[in-house]
Design a protein around this ligand. Structure first.
Ligand code: ATP
Length: 594
């Protein structure tokens, strides 16, 4: 399934509805559903009693002026009503249990599937669209999973028992009663298809709205809008998409309108026919009025009502299918291709890293790494330098297998990274990037993300090594300070030092470091510099180096240009060689040198 580094394949267009798959979602709740089914059958059968007893009241108890009979009949009606209410409440509870359980299961499956999706999926998909599927789409099938099964079962059982009973009681009136039912069902197909199409489009529009919201209402997006004064533009863009969605929703609402109206008509026409036919038979003295009253009550309450409900459910299901399809599309996307059969756990890592003739591209039309080979010995600090876009970050991302190369091998301590389990591989790699990501949570929780069981002393020790402890304890809430969305309540330098402390807590054997290019004041710079020195100590470090001090003190420097390592050696050796490194050094670091 995995298509190399080119990201997930486009989901195929599904032709057939995967009923089995939808059914499988219900499978683990079979006990609760059996219970619901029992409630439904019992209450449907009980529901036959009141109209029957009503007919007895009209035709027997009242004409005979028998108060005792009347009281018994009324007592029976009341008792059946009470039992029905109790059954209804119990059924409602189990129903919610099944529905909400299924929703939780789908959501968790979606999220855990997304966790295993390759990074290329996230770079190629708008966050808003992902959010929309995980939250709104799942919410949208809520009605279907919570109510549908019960609605179908209840109504089918009610209809079947009612028709059977009506034919047993009087087949002539029964025939008249069911005559209009086909007219209610016929238009189902075309109406359903139309709803399905429109529903698909409304979901896409909602994706768009969610994406715009996500992008513009984030802290970075807002800063951009404000700095370019684009509020009016963004408002108009939002309004336009909103209008398109509004039109689609109106169309969706209107599709079933005529159809529902025709069902409404049948609900009136049916009883009229029963009165006409039954009335004629009653005039002929063939049976009594109470029977007609009971039949009318059956067909209104237990035949047309449920038939209309089934039709409604069918329409609801068809339009929910469009949403199910979107969820299944995500679940079918290939996850990270990984862990071949029998992947081994990477044993205690020393930290020797070797690239052999690695060729990599993000998309087939452009090669990014064109035969990269290098070796970094355990415990060494390797600095990668080179012009922007040369491929340095890409090299780093291949080590923890965020992407896989098209050819060549990457090994750690002689183990090809593709043959070991992802968990063991990533456990020993720590990454500090230019852009520090922090959760909107406390400093302590953010640090513990690296080591959930770390105690307070461990947190403080790591923070001290990263030169950030003093700052943290000077805050009014100390380690309980909430860092704000993405950590924006902290300065860039503070965020970086927190990220270093976080990596120190993880204590990996290999450190990947993308040094920040942004200049910090000298005090901050010095604090970060010494934090990094601590972080690098005793670990193999691959650093995309921007600081002169990191480059000069590195054990080995690799000069990357246009996807190749064109030169390597120590600072002194490379300077003496007077090649590309020496030129880069003179142009890029002239200021720092002088
Ligand atoms: P810099 O020093 O500016 O960060 P770099 O040497 O780290 O640059 P890379 O980030 O590795 O360069 O990028 C190498 C090339 O790959 C660039 O031309 C970039 O446009 C491209 N690239 C990076 N990430 C992706 C991606 N996810 N999809 C497609 N192309 C990408």
């Amino acid at each position: 399934m995995w298509s190399g580094a080119y990201g997930p394949e486009k989901p195929h267009v599904r032709k057939r509805v995967e009923w089995k798959r939808i059914g499988a979602l219900f499978a683990s709740y079979w006990k609760e559903q059996t219970f619901v089914l029992v409630c439904i059958v019992v209450s449907s059968v009980i529901g036959l009693i009141p109209p029957f007893v009503t007919a007895r009241i009209i035709d027997v108890a009242i004409p005979r002026k028998d108060f005792h009979d009347l009281a018994i009949d009324v007592g029976v009606i009341l008792t059946t009503a009470l039992i029905s209410i109790a059954l209804g409440v119990t059924q409602g509870y189990f129903n919610s249990l099944v529905g909400e359980g299924i929703m939780r299961d789908i959501r968790t499956r979606l999220v855990s599937h997304l966790h295993r999706m390759p990074l290329s999926f996230f770079t190629g998909t708008k966050t808003g669209e992902i959010m929309n599927r995980v939250s709104n789409d799942v919410d949208n099938i809520d009605n279907v999973v919570t109510g549908t099964l019960t609605t179908i079962l209840t109504n089918v059982v009610v209809i079947v028992t009612t028709i059977a009973w009506m034919f047993i009681w009087d087949w002539r009136l029964a025939l008249i009663s069911v005559a209009v039912v086909p007219f209610m069902v016929l238009p189902l197909g075309p109406v359903g298809r139309r709803m399905y199409d429109i529903r698909k489009k409304t979901r896409e529009k909602r994706d768009e709205i969610e994406s715009i919201t996500q992008e513009t209402l984030s802290i970075s997006g807002m800063s951009l809008i404000k700095s370019f004064a684009r509020e009016q533009f963004e408002r108009n863009r939002f309004y336009d998409v909103g209008t398109k969605l509004m039109r689609l929703e109106i169309r969706l609402a209107m599709v079933g309108r005529w159809f529902m109206a025709s069902i409404g008509a049948m609900v009136t026409i049916g009883p009229a026919l029963v009165w006409l036919g039954g009335g004629e038979l009653a005039i002929a003295g063939l049976f009594q009025v109470g029977v007609i009253v009971a039949f009318v009550s059956y067909i209104q309450g237990r035949l047309y009502g449920p038939a209309a409900a089934l039709v409604g459910v069918q329409v609801q299901i068809v339009s929910a299918l469009a949403v199910f399809e979107r969820i299944f599309d995500y679940l079918d996307m290939p996850t990270e291709a990984y862990e071949p059969e029998g992947a081994t756990v990477l044993p205690h890592v020393r930290g020797e890293i070797r690239f052999e003739n690695v060729i990599f591209s993000y998309s087939p039309d452009r090669t990014i790494l064109d035969g990269v080979s290098f070796e970094v010995k355990a415990g060494q600090v390797a600095a990668f330098v080179g012009p922007s876009g040369a491929g340095k970050t890409t090299i780093m991302q291949l080590v923890p297998r965020f992407y896989d190369p098209q050819s060549g091998t990457i090994s750690i301590d002689g183990h090809d990274v593709r043959t070991v389990t992802l968990e063991s591989l990533r456990r020993d790699i720590g990454i500090v990037t230019q852009e520090t990501y922090l959760f909107h949570d406390t400093i302590a929780s953010n640090l513990r993300y690296a080591k959930p069981d770390a105690n307070d002393e461990e947190l403080r020790a790591a923070a001290r090594l990263a030169n950030i402890d003093d700052f943290i304890i000077s805050l009014p809430d100390g380690y309980a300070t909430v860092v704000g969305e993405r950590g924006h309540k902290l300065s860039g330098g503070e965020r970086q030092r927190l990220a270093i402390a976080r990596v120190l807590l993880k204590d990996p054997r290999i450190l990947i470091l993308d040094e920040a290019t942004s200049a910090l004041d000298s005090q901050n710079e010095a604090a970060i510099q010494s934090a990094l020195e601590v972080a690098m100590r005793g670990r193999t470090t691959l650093a995309i180096a921007h600081r002169l001090s990191t480059i000069v003190s590195a054990d080995v420097i690799f000069v990357v240009d246009a996807g190749r390592v064109i030169e390597s050696g120590t600072h002194a050796v490379l300077l003496a060689r007077n090649g590309p490194y020496a030129r880069l050094y003179r142009t890029q670091y002239r200021e720092a040198v002088s």
